[in-house]
Design a protein around this ligand. Structure first.
Ligand code: NAP
Ligand code: MG
Length: 507
């Protein structure tokens, strides 16, 4: 349990300084939390990982490995195989073989048992998975422990339940799996994205080749160990590691029936071009620039907390992050003051500390992108406020940042930054804010804060976003579909809707 102490002000909880561009607020810094680091000893990380193909660990034909580091201290954690096109081919062959000979023939209720077993083992190993997720990706342990890992296990539980009930999901239709699914995931929710992809695919009778992101391969490899322990028939799930070229080889493999991709809009467009003219099916879950809207009748403190959670959760490495805040003019001053106060109290630092609110940025290149956008915001004439916290000397960290006086046309209001940077804009009327919020190439999610139910219904109807949260933000549940409009992609993951992209419906 965290203990109050009178010791020196630690990283992330420092008194406000008088530097220009930082917040000049007075805070009670006479107490803080003692460090409460999670122990690394509860996790086993091998020195080297091969590829998980056909139920066993196989050396890469490429003979190449690359390092994965801890972004909080830049130390090497392990090295993983760099799969080339020949490795991809081997994995796809294993998946095809398992599909034809075993998985599609197996009664659905038997398939479900394996998936339940995976979910249960994930729960048993929850602590280890959370530790590895935070070490490899930089997210605070309280998030990987309380959100990523339990939600990932819940996806396996949820889709295990659907496996033998597809006739109820799609009444009066017969369903048929697609075959082999190539699944490519990003680095912001490595285990959760793997669960989002694998659980519905195998529940509907498909087999899988999944590639994790270059900087965060370790929890997907732990999941491979769990799948092995669950005795899933060999080849049903193959987990490989590699960079963009590995993903491209998966997309272009002729024996793949379905591509499930989560990542940037740019790579999504490349994938769409690559599969044009083929009969491969695809779901693309891409970028976002969510509008979070506060009306004057909202519960302001609750809304401020929601905005903080919406953009600073997971260092802003969230496709649906509420990175554009629209505040009704009459309450703008109050909201901005409260946001600055709250910004200053956020604890930035060691992801393994249970008190940390904002951990490490996932990679040096992502930190460079975020810093580039902070520079662009300043150049565009917006006013910047940053927390005055002291950042750790090593690793990739960024102060939580907000910009006021932002114009709708500014790049920081239009482009995805994927970091802890909030752009604040104001509005007067409902029509105006809908116009502004929808004026974006993206349409993944949005948030509305108001006391009036009728306003919520009006807004949700008119907002072009796949998810609209009302008086909350960033809430996820395996039963709810998730996906975008416009350049945020197409197809839905989660819920009953998440079954459809893995099935052909007949008659
Ligand atoms: P990214 O660069 O598009 O990478 C995503 C995945 O694709 C990685 O595994 C990457 O491998 C791989 N890849 C790269 N080039 C490829 C190619 N030509 N063909 C096939 N695969 C390729 O995205 P990211 O920077 O990792 O992730 C951040 C982006 O993901 C943000 O834009 C965010 O909004 C989006 N995102 C969307 C959702 C959603 O549900 N809509 C959820 C999470 C994240 P490497 O890692 O080795 O480069
Ligand atoms: Mg890493």
């Amino acid at each position: 349990m965290a203990v109050k102490t009178k010791k020196a002000v630690p990283i992330g909880r420092q008194a406000a300084t008088k530097k220009s561009n930082t917040i000049k607020l007075k805070f009670d810094t006479s107490w803080t939390y003692a460090p409460a680091p999670e122990s690394k000893s509860a996790a086993t990380i091998n020195k080297q990982y091969d590829l998980f193909i056909n139920g066993e660990w196989q050396k890469p034909l490429s003979k190449k490995y690359f390092d994965t580091i801890n972004p909080a201290n830049e130390e090497k954690l392990s090295e993983v195989a760099d799969a080339n096109a020949a490795d991809v081919d081997k994995a796809v062959k294993a998946a095809r073989n398992a599909y034809e000979k075993t998985w599609k023939k197996m009664p659905a209720k038997e398939r479900a048992k394996y998936i339940f077993r995976i979910a249960r083992i994930m729960q048993e190993k929850a602590r280890e998975l959370a530790i590895i997720e935070s070490l490899d990706g930089g997210k605070p342990i309280k998030e990987s422990r309380d959100f990523d890992v339990p939600t990932a296990a819940n996806h396996f539980f949820y889709y295990a339940g659907w496996a033998d009930k597809l006739e109820y999901a799609f009444p009066n239709r017969t369903t048929e799996p697609l075959g082999v699914a190539a699944q490519i995931i990003p680095w912001n929710f490595p285990l959760l994205m793997a669960a989002w992809k694998i659980a519905p695919a195998i529940a509907t009778g498909n087999t899988v080749v999944l590639k994790s992101a270059e900087t965060t391969p370790l929890t997907a490899l732990k999941l491979a160990e769990i799948i092995q322990e669950a005795d899933l028939p060999p080849g049903v799930v193959n987990i490989i590691t590699g960079a963009g070229a590995t993903g491209a080889a998966m997309v272009n493999h002729p024996d793949v029936n379905k591509i499930a991709f989560t990542g940037s809009t740019d790579v999504g467009k490349i994938i769409q071009r690559s599969i044009a003219g083929t009969d491969k099916k695809a779901t693309l879950e891409l970028g976002g620039k969510a509008a979070n809207i506060i009306f004057e009748d909202a519960a302001i403190d609750q809304a401020v907390e929601g905005v903080i959670n919406g953009i600073f959760f997971n260092q802003g490495h969230v496709c649906c992050a509420g990175s554009r805040l629209y505040v009704q003019e009459s309450v703008a001053k109050e909201v901005i003051r409260k946001l600055k106060d709250r910004l200053e109290s956020l604890i930035v630092g060691d992801p393994m500390d249970k008190n940390t609110d904002i951990g490490a940025i996932n990679s040096k290149s992502q930190l460079d992108i975020i810093n580039k956008y902070i520079g662009i915001g300043k150049k565009e004439g917006a006013e910047m406020y940053q927390s005055s916290c002291r950042l750790p000397g090593k690793g990739f960290f960024c102060r939580p940042t907000l910009f006021t006086n932002v114009a709708q046309s500014n790049r920081i209001a239009q482009e995805e930054i994927f970091g802890p940077v909030l752009a604040i804009l104001t509005f007067r009327t409902e029509d105006e804010v809908i116009e502004k919020a929808n004026n974006s190439p993206y349409g993944l999610s949005a948030g509305v804060w108001t006391d009036k139910g009728s306003k919520i219904f009006n807004m949700t109807k008119r907002m072009k976003a796949g998810v609209v949260w009302a008086n909350t933000f960033n809430k996820f549940d395996p039963t709810s579909p998730f996906g975008g409009y416009k350049e945020s992609g197409f197809g839905r993951e989660g819920g009953l809707h998440g079954l459809l992209p893995y099935l052909n419906l007949k008659s």
